[in-house]
Write a protein that binds this ligand. Structure first.
Ligand code: BYC
Length: 327
């Protein structure tokens, strides 16, 4: 049993400012970077936004592996654009974290040293091209369920970043579904490939929403602060309800014998994900954690010269501007 994290006492050090902050949240208005905010609120946002940014960047890897092997020019162009969008999402999110006083280089260090997390879902392998379709359909579908409510998150820069991200995620999900529909109209081997990918990605996709509500230590405070608008279990349920009819239309079976429509609840009942697996993957013991981190570290090292050149260029421009101002 976990204890729920509450806004701590230090957060209430400045009663007037605290009252103003509470009123902003109660009125469903946005908190902006210039506003006073409790330390816990700032810390929680930096944690979640940084993890989200890291997920977008690490999330480029599983599909990125297929760019050179996409079966046609059209599929290659689509996949290229999608993976590039994910890099863009990472950049908006790091910028949003910077408005809270975080330093992007420091966040990257924390990821690389294993002190900050990224989504469990990106630690699973992509052995076939059907995985590209299923990632679009399930993973981007789950991302939409999770992120559409974040467009109403109480922190302005995060909420605004989510608006654009969600528009792009919708395109990503449709491209995944369209790819799978094409494969399902193909050969028996292609249909089997789609079903195999569905079987492998279903449960990890449900785990993306985080631990069950009773084991989610951050939810109470995050929901009180209106950073999160819905609980992990509520969003997981929405994802299941949205995906089941899509699976029927596509002609695939979701690998859960307990999945059925519950007339009384007006929602689907479904089985329990293997929470021990989620814990293991978050701890770094998933099938691809080591590979993902190794590649991320290597990309960071390989990019050192770009960062040095950009820093030198910025310094030169500043010096020229100063000279110009002095003349
Ligand atoms: N994986 O108290 P909880 C994308 C951690 S990328 C790893 O419920 P919270 C895409 C959690 O951080 C989209 N860790 O936490 C990109 C916490 O640990 P700490 C990624 C997880 O924050 C490329 C602990 O477990 N989406 O769409 O209230 C291609 C307890 O959890 C996971 C986001 O980042 C997990 N699955 O709720 C395609 C969305 N789940 O930090 C697609 C933004 C939980 O206390 N994030 N943990 O050490 C969120 O909405 C929330 O952070 C979560 C977790 C729902 C994920």
């Amino acid at each position: 049993m976990t204890t729920h994290r509450k806004p701590d006492a230090a957060d209430h050090a400045e009663p007037e400012l605290q009252r103003h902050f509470d009123a902003t949240i109660a009125r469903d208005q946005r908190v902006e970077p210039r506003d006073w905010m409790p330390d816990g609120y700032r810390r929680t946002l930096i944690r979640q936004i940084a993890q989200h940014a890291h997920s977008e960047i690490i999330g480029m890897q599983p599909e990125g592996e297929w760019i050179t092997r996409a079966p046609s020019l059209r599929r290659k162009a689509i996949l290229f654009a999608k993976v590039q969008d994910e890099a863009g999402h990472g950049l908006y999110l790091y910028s949003a974290a910077e408005t809270l006083g975080a330093d992007r280089a420091d966040l990257t260090e924390r990821l690389i040293e294993g002190r900050q997390k990224y989504s469990s879902i990106f630690n699973y392998p992509t052995p076939t091209f059907a995985d590209v379709g299923v990632i679009g359909w399930f993973v981007d579908g789950a991302a939409i369920c999770n992120q559409v409510p974040l467009c109403r998150s109480s922190y302005g820069p995060y909420a605004r970043a989510m608006v654009r991200v969600c528009k792009e995620e919708s395109f990503h999900q449709r491209q995944g579904y369209e790819l799978l529909s094409t494969m399902m109209r193909g050969t028996g081997a292609q249909r089997a490939m789609v079903q195999d990918a569905v079987d492998r990605w279903w449960w990890p996709s449900l785990m993306m929403f985080g631990p069950p509500d009773g084991d989610s230590p951050n939810s109470a405070a995050s929901m009180a602060w209106k950073i999160k608008r819905h609980s992990n279990d509520e969003l997981r349920q929405r994802f299941v309800d949205m995906t089941v009819p899509q699976a029927e239309k596509l002609g695939v079976t979701l690998p859960d014998p307990e999945l059925r429509w519950n007339e009384e609840r007006g929602r689907h009942d479904f089985g329990t994900p293997d929470w021990a697996e989620l814990t293991r993957v978050i701890r770094g013991e998933g099938p691809c954690n080591a590979q993902r981190m190794e590649r991320r570290r290597r990309a960071h090292e390989d990019g050192a010269w770009v960062r040095e050149a950009a820093t030198a260029h910025a310094a030169k421009r500043r010096a020229r501007a100063d000279e110009g101002a002095a003349a």
